[in-house]
Design a protein around this ligand. Sequence first.
Ligand code: ITT
Ligand code: MG
Length: 169
Amino acid sequence: MNMIVGSFNKAKVNAVKRVFTEASVESKEVSSQVSGQPRSEEETLEGAINRARACRNDTSFGIGLEGGVTYLNNQLFLCNWGALVTPSDELFIASGAKIPLPEIIEQKLVKGLELSEIMANLTHEEDIRHHLGAIGVFTNGEVSREEMFVHVSLLLKGQYQSSHIGKKN
Ligand SMILES: O=P(O)(O)OP(=O)(O)OP(=O)(O)OC[C@H]1O[C@@H](n2cnc3c(O)ncnc32)[C@H](O)[C@@H]1O
Ligand SMILES: [Mg+2]
C-alpha cells in the first residue's frame, strides 16, 4: 500500500505514518486550491479533498489534511478535515476536533494574519504548526496537532476498511 500525503507538515506526515503503519508513506507538495487560511468548514474540507485528489494515482492512495477556522454561534473555532482517495478514486472524509479560539486570535485573524503566524508570534516557536499547533497550545499539550491528525487518519482508515459493509457483492 502506497500513501502520498499532500503536505510536508511534520504533524500531518507523522500522523499518517503512525496510522498507516503497513504502508509506505511519502509527501508531495500540492496545492490545496483554497486560501492559505481556510475560513469555513466547507473551505477546509475542500482543501483536504483537493490535496488528496492531487496526490492519488493508479497505484497510490492520496491523503489530504487541512486546518482552518470556522464560526459556530458567533464563536470562532479551530477546525480540521481529512480526505482519503483510493487508487480507484473512492473518497472518504472525516473531520477532526474543534475547539473555540480566544478573542485575541480572532482579532488578529480578522486583520488578515494566518493562524500559523499568530501562533508562532504568541509562543515564540517558529515551527509550532509542525507539532503542538494551536490545538496543543490551547489544550495545555493534552492534544497536539499530530495527535488530532492521528484521530482524523484513523477515521479515514477505518471507513476505508469497512467500506464493503452495506454494499452489494
Ligand atoms: O504545509 P501545510 O500542509 O499547508 O501545513 P499548514 O501548517 O500550513 O497547515 P494548513 O494549511 O492545513 O492550515 C491552514 C492555516 O492554519 C494554520 N493552522 C491550522 N491549524 C493550526 C494549528 O493547530 N496550529 C497552528 N497553525 C495552524 C496553518 O499553519 C495555516 O496557516
Ligand atoms: Mg498551509
